[in-house]
Design a protein around this ligand. Sequence first.
Ligand code: F0G
Length: 482
Amino acid sequence: MHDANIFPAYRGTMEYACLGCGKRLPMDELHYTCPACKGVFLLENLKFSDLAETSPEEWRERFDARAASKRPALRGIFRFYELMAPVLEEDDIIYLGEGNTPIIPAAPALTRRLGATFAFKNDGQNPSASFKDRGMACAFSYLKALVRKHGWDEVLTVCASTGDTSAAAALYAAYVGEPIRSVVILPKGKVTPQQLSQPLGSGAVVLEVPGVFDDCMKVVEYLAEHYRVALLNSKNAWRILGQESYAFECAQWYDWDLAGKSIFVPVGNAGNITAIMAGLLKLHDLGIIDELPRLVGVQSEHADPVFRYYAQTDPALREYHPVKVTPSVAQAAMIGNPVSFPRVKLLAERYIDKGGEFAVVEVTEQAIMDAMLEANRHGHIACTQGGECLAGLLRARELGLLGPKDFAVLDATAHALKFADFQTMYFSNSFPPEYEVTPRRELANHPEPVISEAERQRAGESGFARAAAVAVAKRLDLKSLH
Ligand code: F0G
């Protein structure tokens, strides 16, 4: 029997591998883009093949046993330590309760209504209320290891963000404390008030830039090239490793059998879909899963460079072009030039080679809002990007990519509360025209006053409860007991 309370002894050797020119760099420093060709990196474990000496059954048992581990370092994403960043020491690992998020089957009435069988994986139930915590737990654990090794006395972490990366980065930085300080760079007016409150509350330096995320990304890239800062965007390949845990958890929840299932992921900067693909490929390489699930990326019509690339069915004719984004309710994914596009391209080829199906679908803003509200009226907690996933499932069905009986897991990447203002705009029919959203009346909901202040005064202290209750009863058409 595997002892789930023992921290693993296995250690790998990680190297940065450039996807542009193949250059390799050792892992003892932070690298973001290749010094030779400016390409992006993925981290590879040179001793990955050693893991194949352990049988798939043994891996499955080990990970299952660890699901009950009492060791904080193994409670979160590092349940899958050997598959992710097996170079970290236990003391470096930061655990704030990330990962292990619930998979909630669609409410029966929603399944009937949409004629689709699916579940949401609620990544909004992470500590900063989005999936970004998975990547940050890994990136900050690595940063802690670097600080320990080099004895640094000041580390400034920087990220550009549509709101969630900054919330996560600021949270983990605040927890680690000295010598780490967090700076986040946000597109002014293009993150929600809830998202903005998060780095402010964590005590980060919050800097605003006019423009959209893609503009902030350029600023951050310039900073990383010219100054000594630690970049926490998904150019930082340690974040990708942490986000692979999403794929491992999906597989584990379905007893390591993803055959015939589909996983839907909203695509913005394309870090998440990269990580999920990389994670699934690792499971498949080690025989921990026998078959790869169908993987479907979803983009809005208002920010769709990855969709456009794959819309060309002949791979030889595909061309990647950044797009200029227009306002999107899936604001966290409103990105015209995704940093991880080269990673998606490479991994999707490998994925298909290994027998996996990979597709990207596009949805309207209207479909995103309608899907999110439908889901949440049935007891889910999807954000707009989660709504985008559900809209994507319906679109994929229309396109015949999957049938009514095919089961899908939808990534609800953040908590609904972060995007409450889009719900308000829908309910009050106040979307600016660029969004192209016309509310469906039956989905709108408003608070209703019960009695007026004047009526309350008239009823007095003693008569108030009765007057208000009678007004409620009238509104609800309640039958009297007497
Ligand atoms: N969903 C949410 C809630 C997000 O915050 C993001 C990205 C995405 C989906 C898209 O994921 O970028 O990995 O393809 N948010 C980043 C940020 C860009 O800055 O918070 P992706």
